[in-house]
Design a protein around this ligand. Structure first.
Ligand code: SAJ
Length: 424
């Protein structure tokens, strides 16, 4: 049977791997993006995002002519919208990209087409906003055009593998839409396909990330409590999680990225009076950068002169170059305002203010190393060499990443978020 043509709108972290996997499953795929360089590079078999295995797949499907990139959409059997849904300063969902993407396909729609929204969206977007825009085609949505919502769950850094193997939720605006969208994903997704309606599917996506944000907030609040009680929060969490039904997350310097720090606000936007716990969790997680500053000030309290801090790792999570919403960058901003000298070393970041390419240089005359992100390169650093160039051999570990490094513990004053040592 002639494989159908799929148009994927938005070639970012999710859209590009999605377009590549679908092309690799045998479909003819047109990838659409407003960014000319993404389109040009993709047509030459190159990608702008770093993801394991993505380069090989893109090169393969582009060379086979199964995937090509365009600046505007073409008539297709299936349209998938994977554009960003950023958050505005007042914590509201910015749906402008989704609106533009939906409007761009209206003139191309034909009876029997399937339209799938994948972008994280406030509850009711598919049945409301998107249905309204697509109706401008004059076609009956749900009967001539099948429409639904199917959120991705892929973890940046493991997208290609998870796109195929993760379970997936399929939420149509009606049963016929759900079934047709299920049949499409079933041709390349090996995970379980759970069927529901579009509004429930939208809420599931937001709930999955909100669940993590609330649980991280619990871990962060426990870090503050344990620190005050003079006990080690990591030991408390580790031992508590040995209970068969307890899964406390990890404390940290804050929650970054473009998902967990963002998605809870989409729920708050639609139910402001009902979302006390969700809002409070966001505030707790957003309080962590300032909390780390207070720890730094405590540790360096006896140094009167201008102090220097060396930051190891500024990305939002380990082993990635992604700095979006990174809490470590918030720590840099606060340190600047408090008149500290700052140097940064992060092997995954090409350019950033205070960034040093040489870690020894970054540590020169430093009073404290802040371990911001647990990049694998930081596990076995030569702390003997780093300590020799520092004014004071202090290290504050925000990720419990180096607490088993005997060499470090022997040479540095080792401090750990939530270790309670300053109170003990
Ligand atoms: N973090 C903690 N403590 C923890 C876990 C994470 O402080 O116990 C911090 C991390 O350091 C990071 C942030 O939270 O700054 C988020 O990191 P993450 O790896 O947990 O999540 P993301 O944003 O990279 O990906 C999430 C995933 N969602 C879930 O795990 C429920 C992914 O599956 C989603 O597809 C993605 O959001 C998304 O696109 O929504």
């Amino acid at each position: 049977m002639m494989k159908e043509k799929v148009c994927v709108i938005g070639l970012g972290y999710i859209g590009l791997p999605t377009a590549s996997i679908i092309a690799n499953a045998g479909y003819e795929v047109v990838g659409v993006d407003i960014n000319n360089s993404i389109v040009e590079k993709l047509n030459n078999g190159y990608v702008l995002i770093e993801e394991p295995n993505i380069n090989e797949i893109v090169k393969k499907v582009v060379s086979e002519g199964k995937l090509r990139a365009m600046l505007t959409p073409e008539t297709s059997d299936i349209f998938i919208i994977t554009v960003p849904t950023p958050i505005t300063k007042d914590k509201k969902a910015d749906m402008s990209y989704v609106i533009k993407a939906a409007e761009s396909i209206v003139p191309l729609l034909q009876k029997g087409n399937i339209v799938i929204l994948e972008s994280t969206s406030p509850v009711g977007t598919t049945k409301g906003l998107v249905t309204e825009i697509l109706s401008e085609s004059g076609l009956e949505i749900g009967k001539d055009i099948f429409l639904g919502y199917s959120p991705e769950r892929v973890l940046p850094g493991n997208i290609v593998e998870e796109l195929v193997n993760n379970n997936r939720i399929i939420g149509g605006i009606n049963a016929e839409s759900t079934e047709r969208i299920r049949a499409f994903y079933a041709t390349f997704v090996k995970g379980e396909l759970s069927l529901t309606d579009s509004t429930t599917a939208e809420m599931c996506k937001l709930v999955e990330n909100t669940y993590r944000d609330v649980n991280i907030a619990l871990a962060n609040e426990l870090a503050k409590i344990c620190e005050d009680a003079g006990i080690n929060v990591w030991e408390v969490i580790d031992l508590s999680n040995k209970h068969p039904r307890v899964n406390i997350h990890q404390p940290g310097p804050g929650v970054g990225g473009h998902c967990i720090a963002v998605d809870p606000w989409f729920i708050v936007e639609k139910a402001s009076e009902l979302t006390k716990l969700i809002k409070l969790s966001r505030d707790i997680n957003d309080s962590m950068p300032n909390y780390m500053i207070s720890r730094i000030k405590q540790i360096l309290i006896n140094i009167r002169r201008r102090k220097k801090i060396t930051i190891l790792g500024i990305t939002y999570k380990p082993n990635t170059s992604d700095i979006r919403n990174s809490p470590i960058i918030q720590i840099v901003d606060i340190l600047e305002k408090c008149d500290y000298d700052i140097s940064i070393y992060d092997p995954y970041v090409e350019e950033f203010r205070y960034l040093e390419k040489d870690i020894v240089k970054a540590c020169e005359e430093s009073d404290l190393i802040l371990l911001g992100v647990n990049h694998k390169e930081f596990k076995y650093l030569d702390f003997n060499k780093l300590g020799k160039v520092m004014n004071n051999k202090n290290i504050l570990d925000t990720r419990n990443y180096l607490s088993d490094n005997e060499e470090l513990l022997g040479k540095f004053n080792y401090y750990l978020l939530g270790d309670g040592v300053l109170k003990a």
